[in-house]
Design a protein around this ligand. Sequence first.
Ligand SMILES: Nc1ncnc2c1ncn2[C@@H]1O[C@H](COP(=O)(O)OP(=O)(O)OP(=O)(O)O)[C@@H](O)[C@H]1O
Ligand SMILES: [Mg+2]
Length: 452
Amino acid sequence: MPKEKVRYRCSLCGYESEQWLGRCPNCDQFGTFEELKISPTAERKREPPQLASLKQVEIASAERLSSGGEEMDRVLGGGIVKGAVILLGGEPGIGKSTLLLQVASKLCERGNVLYVSGEESPSQIKLRASRLNINEERLLLLSETDINAIADSIDLLKPIAVIVDSIQTVYHPDLQSPPGTVSQVRECTFRLINLVKPLGIPLFIVGHITKEGTLAGPKTLEHMVDCVLYLEGDGVHPWRILRATKNRFGSTNEVAMFEMKEEGLVEVKNPSFELLAERDKHAVGSAVTAIMEGTRPLLHEVQALVTYSPFPQPRRMAQGIDYNRFVIMVAVLEKKLGLKLYQQDVIVNVVGGIRIEEPAVDLAMAMAILSSAKSQPLPPDLLIFGEVGLGGEIRSVPWAQSRLMEGERLGFAKALIPRHNLKKITPPPNIKVVGVSNLKEAVAVIQGGEEW
Ligand SMILES: Nc1ncnc2c1ncn2[C@@H]1O[C@H](COP(=O)(O)OP(=O)(O)OP(=O)(O)O)[C@@H](O)[C@H]1O
Ligand SMILES: [Mg+2]
């Protein structure tokens, strides 16, 4: 009988070797190698491969379960697909367990839901559940971290859905490395996926994130699952954004907005309205822009404050906007409009603790800075979007029509947009749209006012 072969693998980076190594040549860490037993292949019985002709393959019915909210269903591509594995990541305390407890309670309408928690005891979960008004008979709690025990419970119960909170606490007793290490996370996820897929049970996995904001554990974790969701927020404001960065059953980059309340995460049906609710329309240094979150436009208020600085090096601060984009915008305003900002502190902020990544915010940011520098408010019902280049030129942005329609829906009467976008849009009837090709033209339109 052939001997069992032994290999060694680094528990941090997954590097494999035929001999045990004190130091991993790949990640330079010491004492991370652990034994992997590989069964001899010669013993394996060879079976003919199960091939399927594409023409004859039947599409499995894509029955989707509702997660309990329209917004979340949209992010999932229309609901939870049976047998789908969904990974939910987010900062500590952002509301991952809250969100999944709410989803679990909704899924209980159809059968037993297994909620495995390695982080909290059943009484801690009960405490949260009572705050959220959840008291389901069919919500079964399991405080367990051994993957074998978890797998046995799933096999025995055959629940309608499984939630594992979190994968970093689950461990495989056959591996020597502690829970949360790359090999543990990978093996445990692999085991869970292989178990739930054939049974058609949807599985939610909570994943911790690292300091850099990416999911902790192996990158392969994101490849292994069907859908990756991130719950984001700044921890100060009640707004939370649920974003899909990968979805095998729907489009990515869809977002849902929630408000964290005493009774849990409540879906925000009209996010633009909520984000602009406290805006002072006549404030100096305030501009409203339309940003795309997936296929949905959201209106955001961008504020700027330009004040005299007594220091030789005036301050530049940006919250919610990429710092480099902001510094570039200040430089372009100085060069192209002759704005003297070298003795001024310049601060910009996106209201509501929201972060904008899209360059379409440039023009609104530039106009907000200009408004504060000149102490003149922008027209109160003006929507602004467009990317600004280094030469001060205004570049077109995608989805201009949707942005304008969202502006019109929220009562904006004027819009300042890139001239190139004019060709491809049908201006909504209640909004006067003006296209501009550079910053000088934008200023002339706002100050001249003749076109308005
Ligand atoms: N009484 C309350 N009223 C309003 N919000 C609350 C209340 N209690 C808790 N919260 C909110 O719930 C959050 C905790 O949510 P939850 O435990 O679901 O987060 P989590 O992402 O699972 O955290 P962790 O990473 O620690 O598991 C708190 O940070 C707070 O924002
Ligand atoms: Mg939690």
